[in-house]
Design a protein around this ligand. Structure first.
Ligand code: ADP
Ligand code: MG
Length: 316
């Protein structure tokens, strides 16, 4: 099986979108976003040993590679449309590729995303995916529009992925399948991102941990925030972990939940509640934007400053 057989066998599928004028097979793809829309583009790379265990289920890997990119599009309020896949593989293992493609296309099908191109090379296992979508001109959700008095919200629950990672590393004496699933198969909040168009003053996806990612909104908007520990939405396993260990920072600093964190004025929150059925996910108010810079947390009546944290490559 050479490079071209591999692409044909595992990755070339008929396009589902009319906007896909030409997909895999030529030197480049031809894509036609609808008139009046701005193209939204993002790329994420996952390196074996850095972002995933080399022996992880390839179907979960294909799913997650797409999910983390769709999460970035969701955080911009974009509708996903296309992806390009750059694969660096140590060898062409048919079983591995079939599973990887199955995981990727399962999620792609759910959002009618066409795989329209890519690159295939030999080398240490590295997966890179670029996602493209669109948003009506001027309606993208940015990080820079949070204003004092706005409510701060998150979707779903926090800390599950970080707890799942501790479990996979064998750091705990018990295991919770839902937490591990959170880590391996995060759900991109695409529908919520679309529902937030025209409502959210700022939005980000929680990939590096709530404190770090909310910190980006605060920095970009030139504001601060107070969040309340008691309001953080936590899965039962995360509550149990915090109760047993006292590690209350996990839901704030643990990464990879891929929830959306966003800010709304009170009027906008009312409107979002009326759009709720479209969003398909719970969302909770966790705090308030303040004029005073910095991020603070109210923990049982004590206000504690939270320094910006989170994983950073190249940090010495
Ligand atoms: P070129 O040499 O012109 O860059 P390639 O020979 O690398 O093109 O790829 C041939 C076609 O297959 C192109 O349309 C390219 O986008 C597509 N392609 C290559 N690798 C992948 C991949 N891993 N997934 C999807 N499409 C791919
Ligand atoms: Mg070419």
């Amino acid at each position: 099986m050479d490079e071209f057989d591999l692409i044909r066998r595992f990755f070339r599928r008929p396009a589902v979108r009319a906007e896909t004028r030409l997909g895999i097979g030529d030197d480049a793809a031809l894509l036609a976003p609808p008139p009046g829309q701005t193209l939204v583009a993002t790329v994420d790379t996952m390196v074996a040993g850095v972002h995933f265990f080399p022996d992880v289920d390839p179907a979960a890997l294909g799913y997650k590679l797409l999910a983390v990119n769709l999460s970035d599009l969701a955080a911009m309020g974009a509708e996903p449309a296309w992806v390009l896949l750059a694969l660096t593989l140590p060898e062409a293992d048919s079983d591995w590729l079939a599973d990887f493609a199955e995981g990727l296309f399962a999620l792609a099908g759910r959002y009618r995303v066409d795989l329209v191109g890519g690159d295939t090379t030999r080398g240490p296992l590295t997966l890179s995916l670029q996602a493209l979508g669109w948003v009506p001109e001027g309606e993208a959700l940015r990080r820079c529009g949070a204003r004092p008095g706005d409510g701060i919200y998150v979707s779903g629950t926090l800390g599950g992925a970080a707890l799942g990672l501790k479990m996979l590393k064998g750091a705990l004496a018990w295991r919770d399948e839902a937490a591990v699933e959170r880590l391996l198969r995060p759900r991109p909040r695409v529908e919520l991102g679309l529902a937030l168009r025209g409502l959210a003053g700022a939005c980000i996806d929680v990939s590096d941990g709530l404190a770090a990612d909310l910190g980006h909104i605060l920095a970009a908007s030139g504001v601060g925030a107070l969040i309340e520990w008691d309001r953080l939405p936590l899965a039962a396993a995360v509550r149990r972990y915090v109760a047993e260990t006292g590690d209350w920072r996990l839901p704030l600093e643990g990464g990879e939940d891929y929830e959306l964190c966003f800010v709304l004025s009170d009027a906008a929150a009312g409107k979002l509640a009326r759009r709720l059925p479209e969003t398909g996910v719970a969302w909770h108010r966790i705090g308030t934007i303040q004029k005073e810079q910095g991020l603070r947390i109210d923990k049982g009546g004590m206000v504690i400053p939270l320094p910006p944290a989170g994983y950073r490559h190249f940090r010495s």
